[in-house]
Design a protein around this ligand. Structure first.
Ligand SMILES: [Zn+2]
Length: 58
């Protein structure tokens, strides 16, 4: 099973996709992407909840 996320599910219009074997690794990729692409300096609990809700496992 792999965990996937489409940033477009959180940030409208973004085409970034990531996958990882653990949620922790996935969140790391997403936070790096968010910092570079969206200028997100800090992942707030609110944002983390949105991201976690968008994670798909398949
Ligand atoms: Zn994005």
């Amino acid at each position: 099973m792999t965990k996937h996320i489409a940033c477009g599910d959180v940030v409208e219009g973004c085409a970034f996709m990531a996958s990882a074997s653990t949620e922790e690794a996935l969140l790391k990729q997403v936070s790096q992407h968010a910092a570079q692409a969206h200028g997100v300096k800090e992942v707030t609990p609110e944002l983390a909840a949105k991201v976690k809700a968008a994670i798909q496992t398949r």
